[in-house]
Design a protein around this ligand. Sequence first.
Ligand SMILES: Nc1ncnc2c1ncn2[C@@H]1O[C@H](COP(=O)(O)OP(=O)(O)OP(=O)(O)O)[C@@H](O)[C@H]1O
Ligand SMILES: O=C(O)C1=C[C@@H](O)[C@@H](O)[C@H](O)C1
Ligand SMILES: [Mg+2]
Length: 171
Amino acid sequence: MSRPVAVLVGPPGAGKTTVGVLLAERLGVTFRDVDHDIEASAGKPISDIFVDDGEEVFRALEASAVVAALETHDGVLALGGGAVLADATRAALRGHRVVHLNVGLSDAVDRVGLNTARPLLALNPRATMRTLLAQRAPLYAEVATVVVDTDGRTPDGITADVLAQLQEVSA
Ligand SMILES: Nc1ncnc2c1ncn2[C@@H]1O[C@H](COP(=O)(O)OP(=O)(O)OP(=O)(O)O)[C@@H](O)[C@H]1O
Ligand SMILES: O=C(O)C1=C[C@@H](O)[C@@H](O)[C@H](O)C1
Ligand SMILES: [Mg+2]
């Protein structure tokens, strides 16, 4: 059984996909994004899964996709922003190197913008993001072995910090 070299968690706009790609390049490993796994197996975008099937169905697909990816991927793995909501997913993350990319309200809203690909943030993005950050902060903290702040920082700088902290943890 393989295990990821690092699992990235954090809210929408934290930069899991952006930093994950850079981190994988720096480590010479492959990058995998559970959001993409779900879209590939459902054959449609996440926004369509939310509209056609509802959030509950999406969360069930997500929980299975996370377990499958944790068991089979040996590179860098990014989870969806809400994956940590599932008790089973938080339990499955125990023993893994989990990097929480931390982002504050202002940077998160700026980065996510008005992009309708994020169904939860399609209406009133700022208020929704504020609630989501507050509700999920303890869940990211519970699973993280490394925390990196991303506000006002470039993806390259964040990636260097993640690498340094991962090395410290495994030293
Ligand atoms: N450090 C950063 N500074 C400025 N912009 C950034 C930074 N990191 C990511 N971005 C931009 O913010 C947007 C969201 O980034 P990204 O898709 O990587 O976030 P995510 O955490 O994967 O979000 P989601 O949970 O929705 O998948 C993208 O347009 C990306 O280019
Ligand atoms: O924060 C969330 O709940 C989500 C984040 C995205 O990565 C996707 O997994 C989906 O849009 C839900
Ligand atoms: Mg992403």
